[in-house]
Design a protein. Sequence first.
Length: 460
Amino acid sequence: MEYKVPRLVIWPWRSLFWRIFLWFWLAMLAMLITLFISFAATVDPSDFVSERRELFSELEVVSRRIEGLTQCLVHLQNFQIPGSGYFLFDLKGDLLGNSIISKELLQAYQKTVSALDPIIVFKQGVLVVGPHRVILNDQLYQLYLTKEIPRLIHWRVQQILARHWHLVIIALGVSFLLCIILARYLVGPIRQLQSASRKLAKGDLTTRVDSKVAQRKDELGELGRDFDVMAEQLEFLLNSKERLLRDVSHELRSPLTRLQLSLALARRKTPEACVEHNRIECEVERLDQLIGQIIRFSRIQHGVLEHGMEQVDLQELVRQLVNDGDFEAQSCHKSVILIRSSEIKIWAVRDFTSSAIENIIRNAIRFTPKESNVEVSLEEEAQQAVIKVRDYGPGVPEETLKSLFEPFFRVDETRGKENNGMGLGMAIAQSAISFHKGSITVNNAAPGLQVEIRMNLLEL
């Protein structure tokens, strides 16, 4: 039987590919952000002040204004602007004016007092620029400018982004591409294994994983090689099973023929044992039919053709099989009727197609009640020929529907005493239809069972 692999809808956020990609990308982004913040927190902020020249120019302008004053004692706070302050020290380190010196400014002054040119110092949220020499009343003073920056990390991050935003974009793009490549590298072999397993489940025993997967030197490569070993073992076991059935069936043909000849001779010598002879003859015929069906099943599975593909008038073939089936059913007080028929032609092996439809009709005759009909229809639907065969028997449990096409499978407890078949009819039908790239399904019809065959139309 051709198994249908259940396919679930996988949303993007549940896909293994996107999970791997997002986790690695987020981890990489978190690492970059951590490094970025650590770098911003440890580096000297004076290296990232884009207004460096503007600050120095502003300091020089203020110093010229101060030098132009005629008074020595100047209240420098008059020159302050919002968020900024100017402070003037003499050579002794005393602050001129009424401004209150902060601890940060004092620390910056002590650090830069001997500097020849203005520099930038950052102390606990305060940016200090200086010193700038100012000559006032023939005396030398040192001028400082201060700016408050309350959020150190935030300010430093802004400065870095303002100067190096293109590097941030490049880092994001490169990390995105690297994570995509990594996710494809990890998920690609898994998808190939998934595809191979689905082909194997559908009956293609020659399926093997891609050589690129099998040659990998990691766990995925090992899994691919294990899959190939499993597929080879399955192919060997199933081929051995089929070969055993075929060989045994052929070997039984000769002794069975001799048994039939011996039975004919026994009838002549002891005609009084007619009942026993009839019983033996019935069992021999049953065994002969079983062997014939096994050989036919094997021949269809391996595509051994007595005649090649040809154009088949499906309407004429179905009518002939319905008439033959109705003739057989009349002896059991049953009938086979063709309720719908369309003129349809297909490209097929006539013998295989006939065997498939015939076995399904005979199964339906066996299980439909007396004084009831087996209904057959032939229609064209979606560029396919659709054949439906329905009986009015007891049906089968839903959980066993998928097993009906397995060789020698029978549902004794639900199909009643008429279930005296060999369990090969449906398997032969399924193999014949699959040979033509068609499909065959079975469903309960309440009451009864309906089998549906679909085959591609002949392309003219």
